[in-house]
Ligand binder design. Sequence first.
Ligand SMILES: *Cc1c(COP(=O)(O)O)cnc(C)c1O
Length: 415
Amino acid sequence: MSFTSTVRTMYQDQINGLKEAGLFKQERYIHAPQGADIEVEFPTGAQLKKVINMCANNYLGLSSHPEVIKAAHNGLDHRGYGMSSVRFICGTQDIHDELEKKVTEFLGTEATILFPSCMDANAGVFEAILTADDVMISDRLVHASIIDGMRLCAATHDTFKHANMEHLEEKLQLHADKRLKLIITDGVFSMDGDTPPLDKIVELAEKYGAMVFVDDSHASGFIGKTGRGTHEKYGVMGKIDIITTTFGKGLGGASGGCVSGRRELVEMCRQKARPYLFSNTIAPVIVAGVLRVLEILSESTERRDKLERNAEYWRKGLTEAGFILKEGDTPIVPVMLFNAKLSQDFSTDLYEKGIYAMGFFFPVVPKGQARIRTQLSAAHDIHHLDKALDAFIAVGKKHDILHKTKQEIIEKYGM
Ligand SMILES: *Cc1c(COP(=O)(O)O)cnc(C)c1O
């Protein structure tokens, strides 16, 4: 059927259905570089508004860091704008190889391969290393890109309950007959900000002869004493067989990702991973920027230390004010509101007060677990956090949810 008016109406109905269900994603325009203070325009015609950004993945405040911008300019001057090729034809420069070596060093692995994004890394890695004789056992809350990657792979797929080690062990026993077993988890789960016990996962992997895969996109650069990631936090550096991560979050926030880990697994990706073979090389300007980011982070832990202090300050402030938070120790701090509409109203009220933080509700999080997800950054100074705290408290009072139990909030607003 061609794109007739009937077909157009069919799609319009679907789009309207999203709007009616409150699931339509409306983008806002930022008229400034990414940072703690941004100028935002709601496309509804409202005026530009200066707000404090509490929802970026700019964990280390490097997205617009002068030294990173300078390094990127330098890359642009000396290696050009685009490569117009995939890596294996004529898309590999010396700096691509250099970045792969530097990421390997930073993560404490054996080898690394760059991908256009971590979405692409996850889409390509499983198919490149596993066959129908193997099994992928993934945490039930892994990132969408991992789910897509597993769909493209012929190996059997099974899941274990979120961060539940007894259930993982059962599944490892159940699949004892498989040739290869790969345990798959996020390092930090982005909706709740929690980290699975990687030390226990590695223990089980050793006990049952399985390999371990960790997506550290919300961890690389700041989790662990020197920011290497969740494997550092749990004392299992060198024991994770495959780490995937993004350069689009803490590590400068531009784009790009990688698979890092065992030398032979990385080589299999280079030979077989389709998003690597059939998608353009990462632009030199970004490679140069990420190289500088890794240098900055290797010279000093100042930025991840500041981020950690900010997160502690923020959690403490919100808790004392009487909010219910998801427990954790990462820079992702979910403020629980339970009711979907309340989370939207709360976000709108915060925006009016100059704080940009998004409400999340079903299907992004489970029903009855609506929340405002806040994310800290090393770009935040205490005055940002104090102002944001004042706004949260004022809006919390307006909706009468401070120092209330979960039950009381649900009774007042419903699930
Ligand atoms: C953001 C994210 C990705 C995607 O990273 P991109 O480089 O933006 O494609 C993959 N996995 C996880 C866990 C993420 O949080």
